[in-house]
Design a binder for this molecule. Structure first.
Ligand code: GLU
Ligand code: ZN
Length: 298
């Protein structure tokens, strides 16, 4: 069956500008773009530049140029998270007023043996005033007005199927504002996905384990979470995720159609060259919308 044109469908690609786009992130961009376009939706670009220590000067522009070279044109203006502090502060203050946050001054050394699951130490032993602290969001023993919110989060991922996670067991109370003064990804991503009206998230499955915490935040904020589709991330020959840390090379913009064909192949679409990325994407979207000769992914 052809996918229904859904209104509204608003998707997004939300890269962190830690380096130029590599093949793995091109596959993610393409997957979210195609899903948006086949549903007749919008596809937004958001640069998640809220972690200056990890960023590389010029990376955001290079990512934009690479998307354009591959025919992946976004709708509307690019959003930069570095310009959104006010919205993040508003959300943080709202959570603070609701008595859902507490400061934590635990060191990396104290956290390391906890394997990512915070034990609530600073909730019971508050740091003294004036110390540099992170802010954690409570996930258990919430104030009475949040009594209906469960910490076992269940959702159906369109690719990975039914997911169930007890965040009290997996992450515990989690950081939404970092000790070094930066906002945590978890807070910024949810505030912007809500603000931009994102209905559908398609991204790499390396982020699958962040999703339950994000859905928990949606619930706390009284909002409906989007649907999720986590695509398998591209691995190198050693089975490692392609990433800047693993020295994945930048996509070469001068071989855009070839790169697109390879990225499409990774997503299970075998196509022949047509002369340009634009022609290729145009044909593919038309085929996906009518579902002729191509296997739909959902
Ligand atoms: N900025 C995040 C990253 O590049 C992705 C955010 C998201 O898609 O939710 O890993
Ligand atoms: Zn602590």
């Amino acid at each position: 069956m052809a996918p229904a044109i859904r209104s509204p469908y608003i998707g997004r690609f939300a890269p962190s500008p830690t380096g130029p786009l590599h093949f793995g992130s091109l596959v993610c961009a393409l997957a979210s773009y195609l899903d948006a376009k086949r549903h007749g939706g919008k596809w937004l670009l958001r640069i998640e530049d809220i972690d200056p220590p990890r960023e590389q000067p010029g990376a955001a522009d290079s990512i934009k140029r690479t998307l354009e070279a591959h025919g992946l044109f976004w709708d509307g203006e690019v959003r930069y998270q570095s310009q959104r502090s006010e919205a993040y502060w508003d959300c943080l203050n709202q959570l603070k007023k609701l008595d859902l946050l507490y400061p934590c001054n635990c060191t990396r050394a104290r956290l390391a043996p906890l394997n990512g699951r915070y034990d609530g130490h600073c909730r019971h032993h508050p740091p003294s005033a004036g110390e540099a602290c992170a802010l954690r969001l409570k996930v258990t023993d919430l104030p009475p007005e949040f009594g209906h919110i469960r910490n076992t989060i269940e959702f159906v991922d369109r690719i990975q199927g039914i997911q169930k996670e007890d965040i009290a067991q997996v992450s515990g109370d989690f950081v939404i504002h970092r000790k070094d003064g930066f906002f945590a990804y978890q807070l910024a991503v949810v505030v912007d996905d809500i603000d931009q009206g994102i209905t559908d998230i398609v991204r790499g499955d390396d982020l699958l384990d962040t999703t339950a915490r994000q859905i928990f935040l949606y619930q706390i904020l009284g909002k409906h979470p989007p649907t999720y589709a986590h695509i398998p991330v591209v691995k190198d020959e050693h089975g490692n995720k392609l990433s800047k840390q693993n020295h994945a090379p930048a996509v070469n913009d001068s071989t855009a159609e070839k790169n697109l064909l390879a990225a499409l192949d990774t997503l299970g679409y075998r196509l022949r060259p047509l002369g340009s990325p634009a022609q290729l994407l145009h044909k593919l979207i038309a085929d996906l919308q009518s579902n002729s000769a191509l296997v739909s992914q959902d």
